[in-house]
Design a protein around this ligand. Sequence first.
Ligand SMILES: Nc1ncnc2c1ncn2[C@@H]1O[C@H](COP(=O)(O)OP(=O)(O)O)[C@@H](O)[C@H]1O
Ligand SMILES: [Mg+2]
Length: 344
Amino acid sequence: MAELKQYRNESILRDASLYFLGAPTMLLFGPPGSGKTFLVRHLARQHGWRIRMVTCKESMRDEDFLGVLLLDGGSTRWVDGPLAQAFRGAAEGEKVILFLDEVNRMPPKQLNILIEAINDYDDEHFVLYNHLTGETLQAPKGNLKFVAAANIGQIGTSDLPEALLDRFVIHLHVPYPAPEEERKILADWGLEEHEAKFLVDFALATRELYAKGDLDFPLSTRMLVRVAQGLATWEEEAKRSGKSEGFSPSKRISAICKFLEGIFPYLAGGTAGNPEWSERTEALRQMMLTMLAELQTPKEAPRGKPSHERSKHDTTDVTRASDAKRSPGRTARKRARRGPDLTF
Ligand SMILES: Nc1ncnc2c1ncn2[C@@H]1O[C@H](COP(=O)(O)OP(=O)(O)O)[C@@H](O)[C@H]1O
Ligand SMILES: [Mg+2]
């Protein structure tokens, strides 16, 4: 398995760690892609617990949760699902987190099974009755934790069933990491400082527009990481095919913009031709153009060249930063009329 990158949200990690140790159940909630799943993987690693994961979905059946009876040659064989695995492991002395990811998508029937398993049997144990096998499993509370994550954007926990909120003792909000943390995350994924700043500023703009109802979805931390990964893959591919020994700074910015255009197609312009892309999305395009106009990239030498060839203060780039410095607003407006220079 690939090495886990650092979890960059110190205060959340500290709180989550405390609550994890102190409470049998914890519900993490926040917007999609804010790092909830990643946080649980970190907690598990930090404290040496094993994760049994259930990714909840509307089409979930008891079998996905409890287990299935398989035909094996002429006979049948029972195979535990994650809930039964977690209980059996904990009963045998393993430290197990049953992690219910996207618990907000769990159908009521399976939610009831979960709630019954969490219900206090006595102060020391959780008890699972498996109605598919008739078996009862009993796990010491010290060995089993229930952690759930819910993607719930701006709404808070009000959309979640009360029974769930009631059984999960801790409700921890996991927002997007702070901008300086997100910039560090992108640096971890190989982005230069100015690239990380550009992307994070752009993400903040999308989140503001989304909060006002002017965008269908915001750019999450997950999406930011995907852009950085996409850029690395494109650059790697260019190197592998012998077409390039590495992208220049402006080529990298173009690639980042190209990726963003893939996420938000209206960034490419031409909204007039598509009634779906309403005028309001134009705000995002304008925002990006202004940011591009203000962006200062290092000198045009591919990454990997000696540092004296890529002085930080020397600015030449796709957006003609010298123009931008004189009048970023005017340049952006001019560029908006022409359409963005996202040739990649
Ligand atoms: N705080 C963080 N520190 C480092 N990387 C993060 C952080 N938050 C999110 N990420 C990155 O975003 C990706 C998606 O996060 P994830 O935990 O799947 O979000 P969620 O479960 O909230 O939808 C992670 O795999 C990781 O690469
Ligand atoms: Mg998740």
